[in-house]
Design a protein around this ligand. Structure first.
Ligand code: TRP
Length: 453
């Protein structure tokens, strides 16, 4: 089939390049840092169960929709939705849904970058042999002294931001593809090493039970909201990231199987992270619900006891930096593409402008761990509120718009042709889930969590 449109920013070299880049965007701090601590805060097994259900009922269908929209529109999310709306004879106001999504990525990046900075700081701490033989108390102190220092946080945050801007400014083909090729497999091997260490800790069965035997008495509506938000966050949905990456996808690649591969990889890494971290938590009597510092307080203990632990620790945190890095890029890309397409910035100007704004806004998160710790709004600190607003509210809202736009407003024949899905049954199944199940699930979870019903 002939191409009707091309992205002005170029194209992936193959379907696999896209899979790797999208998996790179998906796999990140969300899997290794966030998934374990939100699981710990929300009841373990029951959270994992709801998370997996969200992946199947909402994540995969939306991922397919978002890739399709991107590949069809081949522009930033706002323009893509406008063009597709035009071609389907529906209101062009849908572009505002795309425009909202463009904002969410940089907003997430303001805190994501700070946390990525922690991982970079930990590479150097590992290098100095700080973890050697430490106990839980010492590990906690190392972490707490890092976040208590605004200067250090600012320094590491700045390093990550500058690196992100440089790669985004260089464009799609050169930077991202190559980094991911090496980084993803290496991280997997290291994660497996930690899981094996966990198996030998004597608390592996307890971990399996904690993660996979749901205790329904721990079910809360806010837990369900967080699980849904985490599914969106982890798959990088609803900020236009996947749409933007889809815009660079060659037309002959299968959207559906691509989406399934990405989701499986992403979920696999999150579960492995859980299996690596919880045995250490239990063995050292750490608090499962201790929050954002969880992996930083647990993993160094394991590394500190391993032979060649400092070496593995350096490698692991370095991989985490890379994993975070392939995500930071993806969080910036839609906004950068928008500035290029709509305001005629050069790629370099666009990357620097957005990067600078995000860097500045990152101060809010940095201070919320130290000098601004006591500042509270609606019962959250600045970082907590930003995380709640973006991951738990804005992402699901964006997902809702995508589902309604694709499955209720676009013409079915148009969609079928865009997707080039030859299996009619699969198309029907996907269409029905995206039309009825995904948006309704999102609405119910919203209504429950906001205490409307
Ligand atoms: N999914 C990434 C992670 O798990 C973070 C991320 C990258 C993201 N791009 C995104 C989250 C877009 C939401 C939207 O670490």
């Amino acid at each position: 089939m002939e191409e009707k449109r091309q992205s002005i920013h170029g194209q992936w070299s193959s379907r696999w390049a896209f899979i790797l880049a999208a998996t790179g965007a998906a796999v990140g701090l969300g899997n290794v840092w966030k998934f374990p601590y939100v699981t710990g805060q929300n009841g373990g097994g029951i959270f994992v169960l709801i998370y997996l259900a969200c992946m199947i009922l909402i994540g995969i269908p939306l991922m397919i929709a978002e890739i399709t929209l991107g590949r069809c529109g081949r522009q930033n999310p706002a323009f893509a939705m406008k063009t597709i709306a035009q071609e389907n004879g529906i209101s062009q106001r849908w572009r505002w849904a795309g425009a909202m999504m463009i904002w969410v990525g940089p907003l997430i990046l303001t805190y994501y970058c700070v946390i990525a900075g922690w991982t970079l700081a930990y590479v150097f701490k590992a290098g100095r042999g700080l973890f050697h033989g430490i106990d839980a108390q010492q590990s906690k102190m190392i972490f707490e002294s890092l976040i208590a220092s605004p200067g250090s946080l600012l320094f590491w945050h700045s390093v990550i931001m500058v690196m992100t801007v440089i790669v985004v400014a260089r464009g799609i083909e050169k930077g991202i593809e190559k980094t991911v090729n090496v980084m993803l497999p290496t991280m997997l091997v290291l994660l497996l090493t930690l899981v094996i260490y966990g198996m030998k800790s004597g608390y592996f069965m307890e971990t399996l039970h904690y993660l996979f035997a749901p205790d329904f008495s721990e079910l809360t509506s806010s837990g369900i909201l967080v699980a849904m938000g985490q599914a969106f966050f982890s798959l990088s949905l609803a900020t236009g990231t996947i749409m933007m990456y889809g815009a660079y996808l060659p037309r002959d690649a299968s959207v559906a199987s691509t989406a399934v591969v990405i989701t499986l990889a992403d979920t696999g890494v999150a579960l492995l992270a859980g299996l690596a971290i919880f045995p250490i938590v239990f063995a050292n009597h750490l608090e499962v619900g201790s929050g954002p510092g969880l992996i930083f307080m647990t993993l160094p203990i394991a590394f500190g006891q391993m032979p060649y632990g400092s070496f593995f620790a350096i490698l692991f945190f370095l991989m985490l930096v890379f994993a975070a890095f392939t995500s930071t890029i993806s969080l910036l890309e839609p906004a950068v593409a928008f500035l290029i397409e709509a305001k005629h910035f050069s790629r370099k100007q666009a990357a620097i402008t957005t990067g600078f704004c995000v860097w500045l806004a990152g101060f809010g998160t940095i201070f919320s761990f130290n000098i601004g710790k006591n500042f509270q709004l609606f019962g959250y600190d600045f970082f907590g509120l930003l995380d709640y607003l973006t991951a738990n509210l804005m992402l699901p809202l964006g997902g809702f718009f995508i589902a309604v736009f694709t499955a209720w407003r676009m013409k079915k024949a148009f969609l079928r042709q865009e997707m080039q899905l030859h299996n009619g049954l699969f198309f029907q199944g996907w269409y029905i889930i995206l039309r009825y199940i995904s948006p309704i699930c999102i609405l119910i979870v919203f209504a429950k969590a906001l205490k409307i019903i």
